[in-house]
Design a protein around this ligand. Structure first.
Ligand code: 3Y8
Ligand code: NAP
Length: 248
């Protein structure tokens, strides 16, 4: 019988957690502990870092984990690098479950940038109204600019993260109608987004297209090559195929 460690924090990880629970596969769902009250899961939870790649390797050995599935977000690059190293050193098979990148379509007005600093450099010189839909970890990079900000966060910040900012506390997945109303109400001129892919954050892109708003799209950070699938069911199939027969 396999024993799976599922590195979660995305819609795909939640979908796979449901499949694993339904199939009664022994699995542990792991959150970093970024948010005050993460979504409940149908699997036993562990919350918090492992203590770097060495800590994760130790966890794999101590808990006799037979398979590691990295279903973390494409921008969670550090945990993915750690998972690659820890799995290799512990001799545990690793699979990444990750959604494909978004591609611009007809009517989209996207400008691609390499990272957060590239997004800052791409903002207009004149005061504008910018929707930063990138969470809270990168907001400091936008300090000192003459714009008015719309920020969407999961947990209320202790103090205002930026001057001239309106803060919306909301947890995705979001809807096009909701994001369109939000962006129109704030007179948004530019949207900054991460190329997360998936459906949970795509609504704002459709809303920007409908409103003719320019999108500054941040490319994904580099992560090491590893076996990757895009569908939770395919991850379950991999698990079954890579579990020796007769091992329960
Ligand atoms: C803690 C678990 C599920 C998971 C849902 C997906 C969809 C909603 C869209 C916008 C974009 C953003 C942000 C976002 C989305 C899903 C998914 C996704 C983007 C939760 C979650 C955790 C986090 C961490 C959080 C980050 C932040 C990023 C907000 C739970 C809800 C902007 C990424 O306050 C903070 O410190 C938040 C930090 C990392 C990015 C950042 O740098 O600030 N996600 N998001 C996970 C953990 O502790 O391990 O709390 O329930 C998960 C989800 N967030 O099961 O349905 O799958 O992508 N999350 C981005 O994509 O740009 C919001 O507002 O339009
Ligand atoms: P990160 O920068 O790649 O990781 C930083 C450190 O956080 C890791 O080294 C690890 O600590 C810990 N960590 C990250 N994910 C973990 C997990 N699932 N379980 C246990 N520890 C974890 O990660 P991040 O960008 O801060 O993202 C944190 C979490 O939020 C991830 O679960 C990710 O899936 C989710 N998320 C992130 C984004 C985003 O935009 N970054 C969007 C949606 C969801 P140690 O080194 O101590 O092990």
């Amino acid at each position: 019988m396999p024993r799976v460690l599922l590195l979660g924090g995305t819609s795909e990880a939640s979908a796979l957690a449901r499949l694993l629970a339904e199939a009664q596969v022994p699995a542990i769902y792991s959150y970093a502990g970024r948010t005050a009250a993460p979504l409940a899961q149908p699997l036993p939870l562990r919350i918090g870092g492992f203590g770097g790649p060495e800590g994760l390797e130790r966890y794999l050995r101590d808990k006799a984990i037979s398979h590691l599935i990295d279903a973390t977000h494409p921008f969670a690059a550090r945990i993915s690098r750690n998972a690659t190293q820890a799995a290799r050193r512990a001799g545990v098979p690793l699979l990444a479950l990750q959604r494909p990148e978004w591609q611009p379509g007809p009517g989209d007005d996207w400008t691609g940038v390499a990272d957060i600093d590239g997004a800052v450099a791409m903002l207009p010189p004149t005061p504008s109204r910018i929707f930063l839909a990138i969470g809270k970890q990168s907001l400091a990079s936008f300090a000192g600019l003459p714009h008015r900000w719309l920020l969407r966060l999961i947990d209320a910040p202790g103090e205002p993260p930026l001057p001239q900012a309106d803060v919306v506390i909301a947890r995705g997945p979001f809807t096009e109608a909701g994001d369109r109303a939000l962006m129109a109400a704030h007179g948004i001129t530019h949207l900054v987004a991460k190329n997360s892919g998936g459906s949970g954050a795509a609504a704002k892109l459709a809303a920007a297209r409908a409103l003719g708003i320019r999108v500054i799209m941040i490319d994904r950070p580099w992560v090491p090559e590893r076996m990757t699938v895009t569908e939770p069911q395919v991850a379950l199939d991999w698990l079954r195929d890579s579990t020796p027969a007769g091992s329960g």
